[in-house]
Design a binder for this molecule. Sequence first.
Ligand SMILES: Nc1ncnc2c1ncn2[C@@H]1O[C@H](COP(=O)(O)OP(=O)(O)O)[C@@H](O)[C@H]1O
Ligand SMILES: [Mg+2]
Length: 269
Amino acid sequence: MSTDDLIFDVRDVTLRFGGVTSLNNVSIQQSRGEILAVIGPNGAGKTSLFNCLTGVYTPQVGEIIFHPSQDQSVSIMGRLPHKVTQAGVARTFQTSRMFNALTTFENVKIGVEARHKTGPIGAMLHLPRRNREERESDQRTLELLAFVGLEHRMNTLADSLPYGDRRRLEIARALGTNPKVLLLDEPAAGTNPSEKLELTDLIRRINQEMGVSILLIEHDMRLVMSLAERLYVLNFGEVIATGPPKEIQENPAVITAYLGTTETEGVSG
Ligand SMILES: Nc1ncnc2c1ncn2[C@@H]1O[C@H](COP(=O)(O)OP(=O)(O)O)[C@@H](O)[C@H]1O
Ligand SMILES: [Mg+2]
């Protein structure tokens, strides 16, 4: 990895909830353009990390710097989630958060419109701009649906999409905000083997064709090891290992963290 062009620079982050320490002194660096994975047993702090990176939680200790470009720095700490999104950080959630009563098209358009300058009042006062934005939004929404392979489902209600399509819809909506980095929280959870292959291909295309950096939480080791250039392993809120897939697979501390878990907090949690 190159340390002179980081997209995320997370330093010594500690996040506590009362007596629970969810993240303890966590430092993570992601290079621009990199596909980076975060793995670890259930409850290790992976989703908490994403919540810190997107402004949902503010850690008590540490620094989180996002670099939208090489010469720009945005401190995430204390910034509201929608401001973090506007700065160029998009995410999907571990459990689906679609608008079920809206169509596929409408769900993606909401993501696209999240970056528009014209609010409801502006829309009344500046009709020409509003109309242009509307056409551009529709156009971009269609492009994204085609990119993820859902154009034939555009009028289907999100509620009635097959599971694998829902996961791709979530990704399309996140891409609508024009992110520099996309955070994916267990995108393959609950998908079947052929959906996993499609998803692997989609994530790679987002990275290579759109130039979006990817930060990936995933339990499916085959998917993670085939996609990620590097990994961080979290266990009980601490980084216990980092490196390329091959090193991680052979790391004794990682093997112990996974094999040493109890039945209730297995690798698939
Ligand atoms: N809002 C919260 N309030 C209290 N505890 C939380 C909250 N969010 C996360 N935690 C705790 O942080 C720890 C890590 O959880 P999480 O980040 O969801 O782990 P993972 O995504 O790796 O499974 C857990 O012990 C969890 O209970
Ligand atoms: Mg989680």
